[in-house]
Design a protein around this ligand. Structure first.
Ligand SMILES: Cc1cc2nc3c(=O)[nH]c(=O)nc-3n(C[C@H](O)[C@H](O)[C@H](O)COP(=O)(O)OP(=O)(O)OC[C@H]3O[C@@H](n4cnc5c(N)ncnc54)[C@H](O)[C@@H]3O)c2cc1C
Length: 453
């Protein structure tokens, strides 16, 4: 068993843990980062294939109002590029294919009206929330006990409006809409600026990507303090003894005064605490399961759909194995890449098939939209985060109905010198990489304040 003593132990080398490390390093503070995986980046993962193909299997996009991400990219000399967003989009409804331009698909006037009114209502309601205390809004209990899906069903009666809302919003939230409360849906909107920003490519959260891939930025952040990151070092038990915390893994124990938990709640719930976490806190972190998202990617010799005037974007109903499709080709290579998001119940169904069968199902649908060339990818890849032991899902933890009002205010303050980071600890851009980085900086500032006070 190796023993290490440090002032601050950061658990997790995702963007939040790296941001905390970056700030502590800059201030000359002593720290160690313990990371379970054999890589940094957490829920971002840029996989390199032969022929220079790089695919983003995890978080990839940034957009306006995510100022910290743009600053980071600039600081490390990482260039950004725009997501392709021109041409006709496809709407796959009731096994019929239509095309449209812009954000809202072409459907009958009643459905259009319902869509517009529902989106506007969500924007209005979200504006009432203070993201530091979502449980304090006047209708908090009513909104928190209502599953988001139920709210949407009450707002709409046309099947087209419902199907479009379901595909679009499941892509935003990364889970079935019955799994989260209306209050959490509104908090997420407010934390991410507005629903319009969350949904859009241009001017929205899907606007830009990083050359070299998102994980490349994580590697840049880690580089200056590489020797302080212990990879392959999952923390299994955290013991309070005397005035220190003792973090036990299989091969090492780390003794530290301060501990930053740069982890999603579901991963904190896997760690055994001695003494045990206060009951209310333990119940809270267990009440925030991860969303369920898989990425399905097909790489082609060229983005051939563009020549036919298609944007590569698709919104699909329950007959397709995914909710939405995007063109995620990169100017760094000549290939065309289509990315489909497969979420919630669709993920459970699709991943009962083996990889070849999944490929056939996905390409069959791409062929319906873009023609026979879709059957000839140079590479098909898919990846589900529910199978990753150190994430157990994504994009983020989902507050189940009733949780914000019963336990939203419960935190780690009863535990001396423990700080919670991670995108799920952020009041701004919850669920996104920007939120992770902001939470890491905040936790590091709290450590430094405690040291200096
Ligand atoms: C498919 C997908 C698409 C996404 N798309 C986007 C997007 O386009 N834009 C965007 O902004 N966000 C996106 N996200 C979300 C974004 O990736 C996350 O919000 C962000 O990366 C979370 O960072 P984090 O540091 O909070 O947590 P994590 O990245 O989860 O980091 C936690 C780290 O802790 C480690 N760990 C876990 N348990 C232990 C333990 N016991 N001991 C030691 N280490 C442990 C994990 O291995 C991990 O490295 C997406 C995520 C996924 C998976």
């Amino acid at each position: 068993m190796n023993h290490h003593t440090t002032a601050t132990a950061i658990i997790g080398a995702g963007f939040s843990g790296l941001a905390a490390g970056e700030r502590l390093y800059a201030s000359g503070h002593d720290f160690l980062v313990l990371e379970a995986r054999n890589r940094v980046g957490g829920r971002t993962l840029t996989k390199h294939y032969h022929s220079d193909i790089k695919l983003e299997l995890g978080g990839q996009w940034i957009g306006p109002t995510q100022d910290t991400m743009y600053e980071l990219a600039q600081r490390y000399g990482v260039e950004t590029f725009r997501t392709f967003n021109a041409g006709r989009n496809v709407l796959d409804l009731n096994q019929q294919i239509k095309t449209y331009q812009g954000l809202i698909p072409k459907v009958n006037v009643f459905s259009l009206l319902e869509l517009e009114l529902t989106l506007r209502k969500l924007e209005r309601m979200a504006k009432q929330l203070d993201t530091a205390a979502p449980w304090a809004v006047s209708k908090a209990h009513q909104w928190d006990n209502l599953p988001f899906s139920e709210f949407l069903l009450r707002q709409t009666c046309t099947s087209a409006a419902r199907k479009i809302l379901w595909a679009g919003l499941e892509t935003v939230y990364g889970c079935d809409l019955a799994e989260l409360s209306l209050l959490h849906a509104l908090f997420y909107i407010r934390a991410g600026t507005s629903l319009e920003v969350l949904l859009n490519i241009d001017g929205g959260a899907q606007q830009d990507r990083l050359k070299g891939g998102m994980q490349g930025l994580a590697l840049c952040m880690a580089a200056p303090f590489q020797e302080r990151i212990l990879l392959g070092s999952p923390v299994q038990t955290i013991v309070r003894n005397g005035d220190a915390w003792h973090l036990y893994g299989e091969q090492q124990v780390v003794h530290a005064k301060h501990v930053v938990l740069a982890l999603p709640p579901s991963m904190i719930a896997q760690i055994r605490f001695e003494p045990p976490l206060p009951q209310a806190l333990a119940q809270k972190i267990q009440g925030i399961p991860m969303g369920r998202v898989a990425k399905l990617l097909a790489v082609y010799e060229t983005p051939f759909w563009r020549q036919d005037g298609f944007s590569g974007q698709v919104v699909a109903d329950e007959y397709a194995p995914f909710q939405t499709v995007f063109d995620v080709s990169s100017p760094e290579h000549r290939f065309g890449v289509l990315l489909a998001f497969c979420i919630g119940r669709k993920l459970e169904l699709l991943f009962q098939l083996d990889k070849n069968q999944r490929r056939d199902v996905v390409l069959h649908h791409f062929n319906r939209y873009f023609g026979a060339k879709a059957y000839q990818p140079v590479l098909y890849e898919d990846h589900t985060w529910t199978d990753e032991s150190w994430s157990q899902g994504c994009y983020a933890g989902v507050y189940t109905p009733g949780l914000w009002t019963s336990a939203g205010h419960v935190g780690f303050s009863a535990l001396p010198y423990i700080y919670w980071a991670g995108t799920e600890a952020s009041e701004r851009w919850y669920g996104y990489i920007e939120g992770a980085v902001l939470s890491g900086y905040k936790a590091a500032d709290a450590v430094l304040n405690a040291v200096n006070s």
